[in-house]
Design a protein around this ligand. Structure first.
Ligand code: IMP
Length: 191
């Protein structure tokens, strides 16, 4: 079975990705690999931040690895929060405060469309490969549901009338940006 280090400390992402991969690949998150760092995301694109994370881990371990960076992109806010999704309310990195900031900025706007976009950066045999996944949807004006993380309580994916936070992980994975990007990576690794 192929082993890949996953450059994240986010347990929600690890669980979602393991649910997609099943037992086809052995995924090792940073903590399990004994790597105790919070990799910076200093760039202004998801692509550059994903690459920064995968290259940092590859430099440290020399092993095949991947990272992903995700942003919520809202046309009525000129694409924000986008690359700033984790820190939309400032350096506190609070999911709740980020949602409050988002809802505050969207107050009175009629265009509620939004999309999650994930970029995966895979380093395999020293070469970098990228995969993108997009989930279109809309932002509702109050939170619903307790599952998931981040902006899930206010995001309703296209094709559903429930938020990601009202869905089990299996249901979320029917729509999810991260799942779509993962499927492209799996197809590449399996080819
Ligand atoms: P990251 O930089 O890729 O870890 O993600 C940035 C931020 O986007 C996270 O802190 C979350 O607030 C948000 N985010 C990423 N993926 C999801 C998701 O699947 N659902 C809801 N929010 C997400």
């Amino acid at each position: 079975m192929q082993t890949l280090i996953f450059a994240t400390n986010n347990q929600h992402k690890v669980a979602e990705i393991r649910a997609v991969l099943g037992n086809r690949f052995h995924i090792i998150p940073l903590q399990e690999a004994g790597i105790d760092i919070d990799i910076p995301e200093p760039h202004d694109t998801l692509e550059a931040n994903a690459q920064e994370k995968s290259q940092t881990i590859h430099r440290l371990t020399g092993q095949d690895c991947f990272s992903e960076d995700t942003g919520l992109e809202v046309p009525a806010l000129n694409g924000e929060p986008g690359v700033k999704s984790a820190r939309y309310a400032g350096d506190v990195r609070s999911f709740d405060a980020n949602i409050d900031t988002l809802l505050g900025k969207l107050k009175g706007k009629t265009d509620r469309s939004a999309r999650f976009r994930t970029v995966i950066s895979l380093i395999l045999g020293g070469e970098e490969y990228r995969f993108e996944g997009i989930c279109p949807g809309r932002i509702i004006d109050e939170r619903k549901g307790n599952e998931g993380f981040g902006y899930d309580p206010v995001f309703v994916p296209e094709g559903s009338d429930r938020t990601f936070a009202e869905m089990s992980m299996e249901e979320k994975n029917k729509f999810s940006h991260r799942k779509k990007a993962m499927e492209k990576m799996i197809a590449f690794l399996s080819s």
